[in-house]
Ligand binder design. Sequence first.
Ligand code: FAD
Ligand code: UDP
Length: 365
Amino acid sequence: MRYDYLIVGAGFAGAVMAERLASQLNKKVLLVEKRNHIAGNAYDEYDEYGILVHRYGPHIFHTNSKEVFDYLSQFTEWIQYEHKVLAKIGNELYPIPINRITINKLYNLNLKTDEEVKEYFESVKEKRFPILNSEDIIVNQVGKDLFEKFFKHYTKKQWNLEAKELSPSVCGRIPVRTNDDCRYFTDKYQFMPKEGYTKMFEKLLNHKNIEVILDTDYKSILDSIKFDKMIYTGPIDYFFDYKFGKLQYRSIRFEFKNHRIDSYQETSHINFVDKEVPYTRITEHKKLSGQINDSTTISIEYPQNEGEPFYPIPTEENRNQYLLYKKETEKLNNVIFCGRLAEYQYYNMDQVVANTLKVFESKFK
Ligand code: FAD
Ligand code: UDP
């Protein structure tokens, strides 16, 4: 069989590219996915208790891009959802990102205005310049105590590295607020797909020009198919047979548990920032979808090195190793590398969609 494009990986990068090539350019696409389902790490499904769960960790859609939002809106309706997270220290829960409520509760203060909180941060922060790592970026804003309480141990658990070994962009994802806004994100568009991510992907891929093969590593079919170009969205080191060594990725073991109670915790998502607790966060899945059910399913996250590659690890050494691979990609003119694993970047879903749309516009139109 002959195809115009072979696309490797049915996550956001692969599915969006397949949809564009098929619907806009009338190209014949073969999409190969090694797992037994589409949707990549955004995959969700109903568990045996009838609850919609995110199998690879909670996925919250948020973006400031109208283009990305409008594009995905062709394939799903949305429900309103603004993500809120609490961090647990000892037996107490505090809003994270750190805001006025966090500071007042933690230090038994009564700061009333943004100005007062700003002054508080001024009085405790430690000037760091230049900002070289994830410790600098937090300590420079809120000082050592808040860093140690909210970031130090969570970061060590999540990455098995100290914050000072990680790029500032990691902890820099979390803002610091002087107001009482408890939302995790402040993006303009914050929604969840009404029927879930997998259903959205089914619609994305529902086109006569797109053929999907599951349970298949693309390398196992390369000899039996013909195609003009490849879009590769898997791990870049695997593509090149690890010729510059294996890149480091962080993985997570998810422990799912169902409880025969209506509600398990105060919010969909609690971060365990204490050193003594071995896991990083617990998600209560029906609080993401608004589903009503008389039981509730949670997932507990234990970060680990083994397992599926979930997170590229943003250190300087890893970046340099990735650049060796990136250089190799420049020698290939019929393969495009796209997405979180192929570009070894800590991208959110909306960034992957935005980049994929950009690549499509610039390379194929
Ligand atoms: P992926 O979704 O990883 O898709 C790549 C696909 O390629 C996979 O399905 C894989 O099986 C397949 N593949 C790999 N190798 C091969 C091969 N050899 N042959 C065939 N197929 C192959 N983003 C947000 O915006 N909000 C969130 O709340 C959020 N939460 C997250 C929580 C966790 C725990 C994780 C891990 C990520 C989270 N993300 C979140 C990020 C989001 O998952 C990614 O941005 C997005 O899924 C990346 O899409 P992708 O297509 O690049 O990669
Ligand atoms: N982080 C932290 N404490 C928190 C939340 C986040 O130390 O309560 C740090 C940690 O290093 C984490 C990073 O900030 O990996 C980014 O957090 P985010 O919630 O964006 O992580 P993700 O959802 O991508 O796992």
